[in-house]
Design a protein around this ligand. Sequence first.
Ligand SMILES: NC(=O)N[C@@H](CC(=O)O)C(=O)O
Ligand SMILES: [Zn+2]
Ligand SMILES: [Zn+2]
Length: 372
Amino acid sequence: MEPLPLGAKTRMGFPYSPDFPKAMAMTQTITLRRPDDFHLHLRDGAMLQAVLPETTRDFDRALIMPNLVPPVVTAAQAAAYHARIISALPAGSTFKPLMTLYLTEDTDPADLARAHAEGIAIAVKLYPAGATTNSHSGVHNFDKVRGALEKMAEIGMPLCTHGEVTDSDIDIFDREAVFIDRVLEPIRRATPGLRVVMEHVTTRNAVSYVRSADADLAATITTHHLIINRNHILAGGIKPHYYCLPVAKRETHRLALVEAATSGDARFFLGTDSAPHTDENKLLPCGCAGCFTATNTMSCLAEVFEREGALDKLEGFVALHGAAHYGLPTNSGTLTLVKSDTPVTFPDHIETGVGPVTVFNPGFPLHWRVQD
Ligand SMILES: NC(=O)N[C@@H](CC(=O)O)C(=O)O
Ligand SMILES: [Zn+2]
Ligand SMILES: [Zn+2]
């Protein structure tokens, strides 16, 4: 097949019949390379079985987060989790899970190197202990992972960070910005050549930090952080389904994320951070963090990019930049989005063997759908 040129191609698709009434709405379509999701939570067991098809419908690959209980720390654990995902795939699916290892203070650098060399895992995930869901096995003392980070720099294995400090005296809305100054910058200075992906960035500070750095630094941006700010979570009643970590910030930060995602800058790419929790676990006095966006992500993103007049940048964000950062070939297939006047509807929740999971509600009508 002829390689597609860079950038999405849009065209106005007119109905074929010459008799078709002129007043009838035009359909707009956009065809992209098949996308990748560079930050996805699939969980395990019944939840894995239920959420996996929501991603494989539109995505060819995803970077699978290792924060299971117990976490996916070793090459052997990653290989076993990979096998469980493959056996949960819908019939005929060629979806490729790309695995990550959960960095702990006891991680063996030689085991990381083996996972990398054998293609079992392509990246390592840093969770500061206590920062987010299932992060208690994460890192307290960053000096204890120095050997692992040096090995990763040497072999070219990227580090993906949940970039928030956990100090109780740091306001939750400042935790990402403080992480950059206190943790990430010192790690990067001490470990030349270490490639880093700042996961799910939520601040103007993170966008500027990525822009000021060299090609060794990139960032994923989620679907929901392009759409909601903290008012959506807190004003007019608390919305547990918009609560995720890092928590959405004020509007100026959301605008910086939208600008970065739609700019065409190859250091920014999609990582949905689609993070399913049952409604029962979300709607508690101490509810879980995470937005489940796998089901309608492509429709949400098309809407956001269209509003910015940047539909031509969507393909880079979802299908080209991430693959290039990880040194992977782009997917060979294509995905077509079709716009209609009548909004597209999605189920408000999906059923799983462990209870319903609410699908992210962007709060505005969606007009783009993925063509079957
Ligand atoms: N983003 C979230 O709010 N939750 C994620 C963990 C994470 O990515 O931080 C989860 O696993 O539920
Ligand atoms: Zn995270
Ligand atoms: Zn996540």
